[in-house]
Design a protein around this ligand. Structure first.
Ligand SMILES: [Zn+2]
Length: 219
């Protein structure tokens, strides 16, 4: 098996195992049916569950601010305030100097994606290009309104050292809400809001090819 094929297989299996976790963890709407399916066992006794005690760390770098953080935002069945604050800080609106809490669902999505990257390539930080945005900053950067960036549920990012196609493949496998593809900028948008996909070349939005179709072709 060629290394590229093996890598794709690894990504696929990691994604299959973890994407359901990404969708369910921290999402209040998803928790209710899961709790019912487990007979009330989900979240009621986190201390008894080794899975929920497992620490979740994020490694994020923000080139624009020349900052980097490695923070455990979840451990012992609970959010870790210090780790969350460090992540909120690096996700802040750099222009406005304003920070807001970042969605736990987005943190969990980042966590499982980072696990897959570490397993299939090697451990590396997510390069964060934009996180929380005030409406004013969003207008300045030409973002659409209303934006999920306003609510701390979105980020623009890339994993350095992976090809853009591999980044796109990863984002597609782990998609939970929105997935925006910016080939000219070499970056991706992801969020835990409403499910939708778009491709934008330059500043003009267009309905580009479904990235899933391209990924399905194995390129
Ligand atoms: Zn975005």
């Amino acid at each position: 098996m060629k290394s590229g094929d093996r890598r794709r297989l690894l990504v696929s299996s990691a994604a299959a195992a973890l994407s359901a976790t990404a969708a369910g963890l921290g999402a209040a709407t998803a928790a209710a049916p899961l709790r019912a399916a487990l007979g009330g066992g989900l979240g009621d006794s986190p201390a008894r569950s080794g899975l929920s005690r497992w620490p979740r760390e994020l490694w994020i770098t923000r080139p624009e601010a020349q900052e980097s953080v490695r923070a455990v935002y979840w451990a012992d069945g609970a959010l870790q305030p210090e780790g969350c604050r460090a992540i909120d800080r690096i996700y802040r609106d750099l222009r406005a100097g304003v920070e807001r809490p970042i969605s736990t669902g987005l943190l969990n999505l980042n966590y499982v994606m980072q696990c897959a990257v570490a397993q299939c390539w090697s451990a590396r930080p997510m390069v964060l290009l934009s996180g929380f945005r005030t409406p004013q900053t969003n207008r300045q950067v030409g973002g659409v309104e209303p934006s999920v960036h306003f609510t701390g549920k979105a980020d623009d990012y890339i994993y350095a050292g992976l090809s853009f196609q591999d980044n796109l493949r990863l984002a597609w496998l782990f998609r939970v809400g929105g997935l925006g593809v910016y080939p000219d900028r070499g970056s991706l948008h992801k969020d835990v809001g409403r499910a939708r996909i778009w491709v934008q070349h330059g500043r003009a939005a267009s309905s580009g090819p479904d990235p899933g179709l391209r990924l399905g072709a194995g390129r």
